[in-house]
Design a protein around this ligand. Structure first.
Ligand SMILES: Cc1cc2nc3c(=O)[nH]c(=O)nc-3n(C[C@H](O)[C@H](O)[C@H](O)COP(=O)(O)OP(=O)(O)OC[C@H]3O[C@@H](n4cnc5c(N)ncnc54)[C@H](O)[C@@H]3O)c2cc1C
Length: 423
């Protein structure tokens, strides 16, 4: 199917009904577009992307044509102008049809969300903001005009991605730009991104590395010294192609800087919901597992004999359990996403951790229940359920807000106010 034929796709019902959840017109439009793209094009490619652990290049071409690569590029710069919530809701819809596409799209979109709407909430002197806006416009044009794809490698295998210590990957100021050295693990989109939005620490002569000096810099995939190494054969999210990225004495010019000095640290401390952007993929997977189960028990899965299983009370109980968990997840997640802002209250931050934990853990639990409820034949590789199950397992491992870290922070911060210590 051609992307131009999308109007013919009979879209699935929305995860968040625009009327019931009072979505804006833009949110309703973007989420409807995502559902059409997902059902009409991405769903049919997802099995092969997963089987071959290959990057869904054609989905990215379609998202470029549909204007979704620039979803968070401000309208003034020619983009769709989506804010945090509009992006999150749209990503959840994509996640229903291809988890790997939704997850990698998150890495790409952060390069626009963080530099765009989120940066506008942060403080910087007027002259710094003017330079920032001019620089980000260069990146936006590449995305909008050429379909450039940005990755977001920050994991290094140590505690830096957990936000505990400075990044080991370093950026040293040199004439006309930066010299970058380091190694990133799990660099999703590796070998397929045009730019790697690398988080690294600025090396300052005679000073100890500090998280305050974190830099966010776009390294062109073609720059000398950029290498992608290692294989990629994981349990789930196989289409993300998250291999290892080596940066060896890579030079980038000044305009490669995605955020001014100090602004990433300010974002991480003042706009914590920025770390929730991995969760919509799994919200979508949870919905997909539920939808599949209902269709399967009603004997309505395309390509399967119309065998109904819905009349058994045990199956009905299983579906009830899944629906309950899905609605609980949706409600908490929607609330946390809606209240994202600069300088949130303590309760809002705790709710964000709990929403992240709930989506990541419940997506996997709902997939597990789906397999148990549907029964043995539902987990054959010819059906999407086993892929959803494997993909869903990855959610709670994602730093900086793994399920364990969320629990750890909720427990501690529920019991201690800022600055409190025990005797
Ligand atoms: C499919 C997939 C795609 C991914 N894509 C990307 C990507 O595009 N970009 C990217 O940057 N990363 C990506 N990741 C990596 C992910 O975000 C994590 O960094 C990774 O899963 C951590 O693996 P680990 O084995 O090092 O885990 P862990 O051992 O959980 O964490 C690594 C380190 O973090 C520290 N740490 C963990 N928990 C705590 C804690 N409670 N308190 C303090 N420190 C702690 C410890 O030092 C630990 O050794 C991806 C992961 C997956 C599975």
């Amino acid at each position: 199917m051609d992307i131009l034929d999308l109007s013919r796709v009979e879209a699935d019902a929305p995860i968040f009904d625009p009327d019931a959840f009072r979505l804006t017109a833009k949110e309703a439009e973007l989420t409807a577009l995502a559902r059409r793209l997902g059902k009409g094009l991405f769903a049919g490619r997802a099995a092969e992307v997963d089987r071959d652990a290959r990057f869904p290049t054609e989905n990215y071409r379609d998202m470029h044509t549909a204007g979704l690569l620039g979803i968070c590029v401000p309208e003034a710069d020619g983009g769709r102008g989506a804010d945090f919530r509009a992006y999150m809701l749209t990503a959840a819809e994509i996640g229903r049809y291809c988890g790997a596409t939704a997850l990698t799209w998150n890495m790409h979109v952060c390069s626009c969300l963080w530099t765009g709407p989120l940066s506008e909430d942060l403080e910087m002197p007027d002259e710094v903001r003017a330079v920032h806006r001019a620089r980000r416009a260069i990146h936006y044009r590449r995305i909008l005009d050429d379909g450039a794809i940005y990755a977001q490698p920050f994991s290094e295998g140590g505690a830096a991605a957990a936000g505990v210590v400075p990044f080991s990957t370093s950026a040293k100021r040199v004439d006309g730009g930066w010299r970058i050295n380091g190694k990133k693990i799990f660099a999703s989109l590796s070998g397929h991104a045009d730019y790697y939005g690398v988080l690294c620490g600025e090396l300052k002569e005679g000073e100890r590395p500090s998280r305050r000096d974190t830099m966010y810099i776009a390294v062109p995939a073609t720059a000398e010294g950029v290498k992608v190494v290692g294989d990629w054969d994981p349990l789930g999210m196989r289409g993300t192609v998250s291999r290892t990225l080596l940066l060896e004495d890579v030079f980038v010019p000044d305009d490669a800087q995605l955020m001014p000095r100090g602004v990433y640290y300010q974002a991480a401390t003042r706009w914590p919901h920025m770390f929730m952007t991995l969760s919509p993929t799994y919200m979508g997977i949870a919905q997909a597992a539920y939808d599949f189960t209902v269709a399967y028990l009603r004997g309505e899965v395309p390509g399967l004999p119309p065998v109904k299983r819905r009349m058994y009370p045990t199956k009905q109980l299983g579906v009830a359990q899944m629906r309950l968990m899905l609605e609980q997840t949706k409600a908490l997640w929607f609330q946390a996403v809606t209240e994202a802002c600069a300088d949130p209250s303590k309760d809002q931050v705790l709710r964000a951790y709990m929403a992240q934990y709930t989506v990541m853990e419940n997506a996997n639990e709902i997939c597990q229940l789906a397999i148990r409820t549907c029964g043995g034949q539902s987990m054959l590789k010819s059906l999407p359920l086993e892929r959803l199950y494997r993909d869903s397992r990855c959610g709670s491992l994602m730093l900086p807000w793994t399920a364990e870290i969320c629990l750890d922070r909720v427990g501690r911060e529920a019991l201690y106010e800022a600055g409190e210590v025990d005797e």
